[in-house]
Design a protein around this ligand. Structure first.
Ligand SMILES: [Zn+2]
Length: 347
């Protein structure tokens, strides 16, 4: 009889296997049982099993396959890429605290995903998890991100999506807290490499509702602003999904800066075809290929953004404690101050 103790159970859990089979030659200590229970590892007594403890780590065929896939050179390459992009997301201040998450397709129903509760700037390959499309974790000892279900909505509806990147960049976030769609036809970079940015209404992060709000938009939009939350992008690789995020936030930042300047230039209608043709030749998706020039330019981007008054009109700050005053109020205030100053001078 061999004792299988807590330490050995901890080592077993680290392999990422989801099932532990043992026979009458092995006795589990209570500490080992606790470790398995906490990690969600299924413990199965199999009297017929001839496997000694040392060869147990992946006695279940599926778990064994998963473990192999999870440690394959392709998985290791993706894990490194996700960590690299996590660092870049954090360095560019696209996520605060443990915000944001990244995933990548590894097999027909297998995805590598970042763990929950960790800064994306400091993840290491050993912290990543592997899940199926339902979000069930099949490998990795760290718990997967609760927002993977939103990524799954993209993978399910969009076969071209090889990776999904979600973050909270502040400039696109400003559009998110207004649930405002950035207007099109302002910068070629966005037109060619991202396309129209969509907006989904607010839903609770990690909920089935948020996944449902993204599902119909994903096949037509590679960058989606999530109301009062952040941005989710998909791409043909981890870096490509991240590029969509970078381009979206830079675009939103430029619009915010330009709002205070006079003028209202935009990419002319007749030049939009050139950009869409370049995009088509690169094999990039866009739901506007079928549209005619006039349809692409139905709305002027600045009118769409700011209304007929234009964006350069100074905006009065809104302070509920100190509501805007009428001209008459201001005049009487100025008069009162002038009278007080004159009275003081005459003293
Ligand atoms: Zn988020």
């Amino acid at each position: 009889m061999k004792l299988f103790a807590q330490k050995e159970a901890e080592a077993f859990v680290k392999t990422g296997a989801v099932e532990f089979r043992y026979n009458r030659d092995i006795r589990l200590t209570p500490g080992a049982k606790d470790v398995f229970s906490e990690a969600g590892v299924k413990v199965v007594f199999d009297a017929e099993s001839a496997a000694p403890a040392a060869s147990i780590p992946c006695s279940n065929a599926t778990a064994s396959d998963d473990q192999k896939l999870f440690n394959s050179p392709e998985a290791e390459r993706i894990k490194k890429e996700i960590c690299d992009i996590g660092r870049r997301i954090w360095m560019r201040e696209y996520c605060d605290g443990n915000g944001g998450n990244i995933s990548a397709r590894l097999g027909p129903d297998r995805f590598i995903v970042t763990p929950t509760g960790v800064s994306k700037g400091f993840i290491t390959p050993d912290m990543l998890c592997m899940v199926d499309i339902k979000g069930t974790q099949v490998a990795g000892s760290w718990k997967r991100s609760s927002e993977f279900t939103t990524h799954a909505a993209i993978y399910e509806t969009t076969p071209d999506a090889a990776s999904v990147c979600h973050a909270h960049p502040v400039h696109a976030g400003a559009f998110a807290i207004k649930e405002l769609q950035p207007p099109a036809r302002l910068i070629p970079e966005l037109e060619v490499f991202v396309g129209q940015v969509a907006v989904a209404g607010y839903q609770t992060p990690g909920s089935p509702e948020i996944a449902e709000s993204i599902r119909p938009l994903a096949p037509h939009h590679q960058s989606i602003i999530m109301g009062c939350h952040g941005v989710i992008c998909w791409g043909k690789s981890v870096e490509d999904a991240y590029f969509k995020m970078e381009i979206t936030d830079a675009y939103c930042r430029t619009i915010i800066l330009a709002q205070s300047l006079p003028g209202s230039a935009s990419i002319p209608c007749e030049k939009m075809d050139d950009l869409l043709n370049i995009k088509k030749s690169m094999g990039l998706p866009d739901n506007r290929y079928e549209l005619k020039n006039a349809e692409l330019c139905e709305v002027d981007p600045w009118t769409e953004m700011c209304g007929s008054r234009g964006c350069s009109t100074p905006v009065t700050p809104c302070n509920p404690m100190n509501p805007p005053q009428s001209d008459a109020d201001l005049e009487s205030l100025v008069q009162k101050l002038t009278d007080e100053i004159m009275a003081n001078l005459n003293k």
